[in-house]
Design a protein around this ligand. Structure first.
Ligand code: PGA
Length: 254
């Protein structure tokens, strides 16, 4: 069976001390309350990564990830952070292609393909985000948009490389808005994504690919969403900033 993952995306929140105390709560609650049928990933700002990895040591239920990485290996890119640097902290995952990066930082599918290559080459597992805007859904081009994001962002990878990738379907209109996709809407897209993977890489790899849902996911709606056969967990923004809420979402898989 494919891996179930509940990943938190703290975005640009939490100062250093706040991040450490939130993460300590998450690790303790995961230890006491989470069965281990699911894996928890916390994607923090860069400043926390190394400390969180230390706090997570010995806890096999919780991993740490970053929220972005540069496409180059190293060099004169003032202010940027490389995949190799992230890996050196002990972090295992990196979110790539989040809609906020696409929207506010102009990240294109072409750039994201390069970032994915560099992340994989440096031992990080990408959590690769795809999803349509409200306008794209209303004009009925959402399937085309998602297909293009897959084709241009990750379908150049070898089978072995693709096997390291976690996908996250995040409809842009559901992120931070309180409007969640219905479980039927999300399941429909997840089935579509899995079919596209099967066409490209075969059914076996499609069946083993973890596909998360993200966008206003909370402890109340997680049960319904994660109960869908093709939804393998969530990428959680706002609700990952409260340990109780985040762990309750993860416990959906207990
Ligand atoms: P949200 O964010 O849960 O606050 O809607 C999800 C995300 O952006 O990954």
């Amino acid at each position: 069976m494919r891996k179930k993952i509940v990943a938190g995306n703290w975005k640009m929140n939490m100062d250093y001390e706040q991040g450490l105390s939130l993460f300590s709560e998450v690790v303790n609650m995961a230890h006491d309350e989470v069965t281990g049928k699911q894996h928890i990933v916390v994607c923090s700002p860069f400043i926390h990564l190394h400390s969180l990895v230390q706090l997570a040591k010995g806890n096999i239920k919780v991993s740490v990830g970053a929220q972005n990485a540069h496409q180059a290996e190293s060099g004169a890119y003032t202010g940027e952070t490389s995949a190799k640097m992230i890996h050196s902290t002990g972090a295992e995952y990196v979110i790539l292609g989040h809609s906020e990066r696409r929207q506010y930082f102009g990240e294109t599918n072409e750039l994201l393909a390069k970032k994915t290559d560099t992340a994989l080459a440096n031992g990080l597992k990408p959590i690769f985000c795809i999803g349509e805007t409200l306008q794209e859904r209303e004009t009925n081009v959402h399937f085309d948009v998602i297909k293009t994001q897959l084709e241009e962002g990750v379908f150049h990878l070898s089978e072995e490389q693709f096997g390291q990738v976690v996908l996250a379907y995040e409809p842009v209109w559901a992120i931070g808005t309180g409007v969640t996709a219905t479980s039927a809407q999300a399941q429909e897209i997840h089935v579509f994504i899995r079919k596209e993977i099967a066409k490209k890489y075969g059914q076996e790899l499609a069946d083993s690919t973890t596909i998360l849902y993200g966008g206003s996911c909370n402890a109340k709606n997680a049960g319904d969403l994660f109960g869908q056969p093709d939804i393998d967990g969530g990428l959680i923004g706002g609700a990952s900033l409260k340990s109780r809420d985040f762990i309750d979402i993860a416990k959906t898989f207990n």
